[in-house]
Design a protein around this ligand. Structure first.
Ligand code: FE2
Length: 235
């Protein structure tokens, strides 16, 4: 459990969506930065490519992004993993071809004062489901898949696997209609006890802000692929 749980809770607030957070020129800047950055991970099983936004690549854009986020969420520090050379990371570009399952991004250090995470869609179609349910241990993929649960030999920066959520939030069956429409890639039994807080419909250049403790998943609605920029913050 995160040792700062009381302080974290005091900073928590409902998810927030800011339409037209950035304009078309900046979207194009971000997409061309994305093209230039080196590939960090290509997870063939999850069918996702990840690239880290390494600070110093484009100093003007680094400052612009940090300042724009600060206008929305106030004082914060970046809490993205450092590179091998200890460079700061401003965010993670994810290009996904299939939906990501239920998880939480509550961090890899239980002494960190985790704060907000943000998401900017860079492609137009898709959605992200944020659940009301929260989790204050580290970053975790929630699953009932036995093969997944047997993965315990994890590298730094990889999420734990757990089915603990099914003990934490009760056993109320998940809403059938929402499951069919948005979460068909998840077994409905894996969603028992969960309630939806909001469904963020992707719109290029919008910003979604939510607490790091929220369970969430991408929706099953993907056309070909989607690209998003996520940033994790702490206090
Ligand atoms: Fe996430």
């Amino acid at each position: 459990m995160n040792i700062n749980i009381d302080k974290i809770r005091k900073t928590e607030s409902s998810p927030k969506i800011i339409r037209n957070f950035i304009n078309n020129d900046r979207i194009n800047d971000l997409l061309s930065l994305y093209e230039k950055l080196p590939l960090t991970v290509h997870n063939k099983k999850q069918n996702v490519k990840k690239k880290r936004w390494i600070s110093g690549f484009n100093k003007e854009m680094d400052k612009w992004y940090f300042d724009e986020l600060k206008k929305i969420i106030g004082e914060f520090k970046m809490d993205n993993l450092l590179t091998e050379n200890n460079e700061e990371i401003l965010g993670l570009f994810q290009e996904s071809y299939s939906p990501i399952g239920l998880h939480v991004d509550s961090g890899f250090d239980n002494t960190n004062f985790i704060y907000k995470q943000t998401l900017i869609p860079l492609t137009p179609f898709g959605s992200t489901v944020i659940f009301k349910n929260k989790f204050y241990k580290g970053s975790t993929n929630f699953t009932i898949d036995k093969d997944e649960l047997s993965k315990t030999n994890l590298k730094y920066g990889q999420n734990s696997r757990s089915s603990e959520h099914l003990q934490l939030y009760g056993d109320k069956p998940f809403d059938n209609k929402i499951h069919k429409e948005f979460l068909a890639h998840e077994k409905i039994e894996n969603l028992s006890g969960l309630e939806v807080e909001c469904i963020f419909q992707w719109e290029v250049g919008s910003l979604l802000v939510f607490d790091r403790s929220h369970l969430h998943a991408s929706s099953s609605q993907i056309k070909d692929k989607k690209i998003g920029l996520t940033t994790f913050t702490k206090k």
